[in-house]
Every structure is written in C-alpha cells, then in structure tokens.
Design a protein around this ligand. Structure first.
Ligand code: UN1
Length: 503
C-alpha cells in the first residue's frame, strides 16, 4: 500500500484527527502516489498552536542566524534536486526539465532570501526635537498561514515559506490537494536543516475545511494565498472579517504582443514556451497572442506547423514537450472553453481536442490548441489555465496596448519589437506587474518582485526585495535622550521660535 501521511506539527509527522484520507495521483497514468489525511479544524488548531510555540523561539533567533538555516535548507534542496524535480513531474505533470527548474527556483529563492537576514533594513531619520533619535525596525508578524496551488508545488511554497521564515514568522502550510506529496517532501527536506520544532507545520485537506479554519484561526497573523480568483475573493473576505492581513496572488491573461518589426523566429520560440510550457498551467502563461496585421498570416502558419509537431506525453520521458493537465476536472473545463471559443465565432487553427487512447488512455491529455478570436470574447478574457492560446489581430501599437490592457487581470505581459521607443512606451503602458521585452511572459527570476495588478492580486509582491514586507510589521521607534519631557509638535514649534528669536 502507498505511504500514508498525517499532519506535520512540532517538527514531525503526527496522525491527525481526521478519519478520512484522500489520494494523490499521477496525472499521466492515474497511479496512486500516496494517501493524505483530510485535515480538520482540530488539526489546524493543533498546527497553529505548534506554530505559536515555534514562533516564540524562532522570532528571537537573530535574523542572520535564521539566514544560516535557510542557506542550509537551500543546500538540502540542492542535494534532493533530482528526487524532488522528478516528483514534481510525477505528481503535477510538468516535463522533467521544468520540474527540475522549479526546484532550482526554490533553491535560488532560499539562497537569496537567506541573505536578507543580514539586511532587513529599517530607516533612521532626524527628529524634530534635540537629543532624540528616530528609527524604524522590522518585526515578524507572527505565525503565517500559507495556502498554495498545485501548478508550482515546490517553488510557490518556497517563496512564501522562505520569506516568512527569514522574517521570523513560523508557518502553517496548506498545500493544494492535487500535489500534497511535493509539499510534504519539501517540508521534510527544509525542516531537516534543523529548524526548531513548530516553526514549520503542514496540514493537508480541503480549502473549505482546512483553508477556512486556517484563515479564521486567531493565532494566524498573516495569510498568503496563491490560486484562482473565486477562491481568492473568498479568502480575502474571510480575512477581512477578522482584519488579518491577506496577500493574494491570483490569475492572469498574459499577452505576448508581436509587432511587425519583431524577429519572428524569436517570437516563435517564445510563444511555444510561454503558451505550452507547463501545459499552459502557469499564472504567467502566454494565453493571448496579439499579432500585428502585417505579420499575422505568416506568423500564424509558422506557429501552427510547429505546434502540430509538438510531442505530448509522459513528462518524465526525454523529448516530450508537454505533459498532461492536472486532473479530469481541469481537462473538462479546458475543453469546455475550447467549445465556447468555437461557439463565439473563433477558428481553431490547430488542436482543440482531448488526446485519448494508447499512451493517453489513463491520463488527462489535451492537444496544444490555437484559436483565432476577437478581443472581448470569453476565451480571450477569462483565465483558461491550460494549453490554449487565443490569437487576436491588431493593426497598430495603440490598438495592441488597448487589447492587452482590456482584461481584468494584470500579471505578466510581453512585447516583441526592435523599436526601442515602442518597447519603453509598452513598459509604461502595459497594466501588469511584469513586462518582458523580446521574451515570453513566463520565467520570472526570483530576486525581482513577483505579482500583478487589477484582479491578479493584492497585498504587495512576493519574492525579490519586497518579499519580507508581507511577513514583517514596521515599528517606528523614538528614543529620547534629553532627560526632559519633550512634546513633539508642541515643543517643536516653541523651540523653533526660541531659536529664531536668538538669531
Ligand atoms: C505561477 O505561474 O504561479 O515566471 C508562477 C514564471 C515562474 C513562476 C510562475 N517563475 O513563470
């Protein structure tokens, strides 16, 4: 029988109170990989109490020393890169180079954020009164609740956890039910660096039970969520009710704009990677191609003939370019979007159907799909989260900008052009948290802030220099060494006048 997992609290696995278990399966062939407890509100309470104990110890460890442990965790991850990368491909379905890349992203982030332990900068600023010193310091918020998606089952937990841990927060991670095994191994490997018990905790189970209990637990002082808009709205509302800080990282409808002067070979490689990498299941996936009239037919032909040759199959097999989608529900939803696309007048250029039979018979496979559509159609505005690229024709830069911005999301964006003026204008005009010039919409580097505008998110940015903002409070400190009571605003004015009259 497959391995059975409970909850990870106080530095080790425990059985958990739930009686029911759920299976995590390989989306390529339906193999059961492990069984996990369906966590309960009681389990969440156990985990948060563990995190509160962990917090007391951890928050007092000097930040540079916290960094030492994070570095140790990065080295542990490095040692397990192959194992974990392979597991990502098995449990999530992305091709092995992407699985390994994702683990590398976690390693990179832990290394980067470990150094933040020696920065954590505050400000010093003059006081308006003599013999008085003013500064700000960053203090950890407290135990943090982290709710993470299945599409990046290692690196998204690593962003949230790394930033929380270096800040001095303890964490309770609630991973997606499709990829709990990646999260469990990640937690084990990181924890092995030697974190005090209770600093890192994990509870698996449904969003409605475990997620809700976590957001609503009074011991949780910060909530960080990555996932879909509908759930994000629910998380935000629940957090608002008890006034806890919520960070949301939601969907995208990311455009690649190809102008008429673009290097078409470069656009081709970029769009293939951006749209069909991870089978389009990235928040940053290229889901819209905004194509200039002058190159429209030529480029679409080039693209279609490459996509038709794409090798879809077992993500662990060498040479396979695209794996399955995460589960049968996702497959149905993506196929349904393709149907909607056709009904609203779109033309399927290539793909458009499920892949069935043979090597595909036990998995959730869909053909990489390109649909010509009009701006404003359902498929060109809603997040599909699958290998479906909507192509929209435009005839000017201005039109391209207005189409690109004409959706409710704003995560990533890209423009291919050799015209430097247009490139810089696009940087200013594109409503998105990320803009690429002559590169596709995916592949953000971890030492820059990651996040978006409009319905993509709220509560700041993950990763990069702003990562710790989510998990720290700023305290303003006033140190009066005058040995008298000095009243700001009141004495300031008086003293100022005195000073002036003396001169
Ligand atoms: C996501 O899709 O949620 O930029 C994260 C990228 C990756 C991270 C994507 N580094 O595509």
């Amino acid at each position: 029988m497959e391995k059975e997992y409970g909850i990870f609290v106080k530095g080790d696995w425990e059985k958990g109170s739930g009686k029911e278990y759920f299976e995590t399966v390989n989306p390529t062939n339906g193999d059961v990989l492990a069984r996990f407890v369906k966590g309960t509100a009681e389990d969440v309470d156990t985990a948060v109490k563990s995190a509160m104990d962990g917090f007391r110890v951890w928050s007092e460890v000097p930040a540079p020393m916290r960094g030492e442990l994070l570095l140790e965790a990065a080295l542990n991850l490095q040692k397990h890169k192959n194992e974990l990368g392979t597991l990502v491909s098995k449990e999530m379905g992305k091709i092995l180079p992407e699985g390994l890349g994702e683990v590398q992203e976690a390693i990179d982030f832990f290394k980067y954020i470990a150094g933040e332990g020696r920065r954590m900068f505050g400000e010093t600023t003059p006081s308006e009164l003599p013999d008085k010193f003013n500064m700000t310091v960053r203090l950890p918020k407290g135990p943090a609740g982290l709710i993470t998606p299945w599409n990046f089952p290692v690196s998204i937990p690593s962003w949230k956890m790394g930033a929380a841990l270096i800040s001095g927060c303890s964490v309770v991670l609630k991973p997606a039910t499709d990829t709990p095994l990646c999260a469990a191994r990640f937690v084990e490997i990181v924890n092995d660096a030697g974190f005090p018990p209770g600093v890192i905790n994990l509870v698996t189970g449904s969003g409605s039970e475990v997620g809700t209990a976590l957001i609503n637990h009074p011991g949780i002082r910060a909530v960080s969520f990555t996932g879909g808009v509908a759930t994000g709205r629910e998380v935000y509302t629940q957090g608002a009710r008890r006034l806890v800080q919520v960070h949301l990282e939601l969907g995208g409808k990311n455009p690649v704009i190809a102008m008429d002067d673009a290097n078409l070979e470069l656009v081709l490689d970029g769009v293939l990677f951006g749209a069909f990498g991870t089978a389009g299941q990235r928040c940053t996936a290229t889901s819209r191609l905004i194509l200039h009239n002058k190159i429209y037919e030529r480029f679409l032909d080039m693209l279609a003939s490459r996509v038709e040759k794409m090798k879809v199959g077992n993500p662990l097999e060498e040479g396979v370019e695209m794996g399955p989608v995460i589960n049968s529900r996702a497959k149905e939803s993506i196929l349904n979007y393709i149907k909607i696309g056709k009904h609203e007048g779109g033309t399927v250029v290539t793909g458009g159907a499920a892949l069935e039979g043979g090597i595909y018979s036990k998995g959730n496979f869909i053909q990489p799909t390109i649909i010509e559509t009009k701006h404003g159609s359902v498929i060109s505005t809603e997040e599909i989260f699958g290998p479906v690229l909507s192509v929209i024709r435009v005839s000017s830069f201005e039109e391209a900008m207005s189409v690109a911005n004409g959706v409710q999301y704003g995560l990533s964006s890209s423009i291919y052009t050799k015209n430097i003026n247009l490139a810089f204008k696009a940087i200013r005009m594109l409503e998105a948290g990320i803009t690429y010039i002559n590169a596709p919409t995916i592949g953000a580097e971890i030492h820059l802030p990651f996040g978006g505008v409009k319905k993509t998110g709220t509560g700041g940015r993950e990763a990069g220099s702003s990562a710790i903002e989510e998990f720290t409070e700023i305290k303003s400190v006033f140190i009066d060494y005058s040995d008298t009571l000095q009243k700001a605003q009141i004495d300031t004015d008086k003293r100022f006048r005195e000073k002036l009259s003396q001169t």
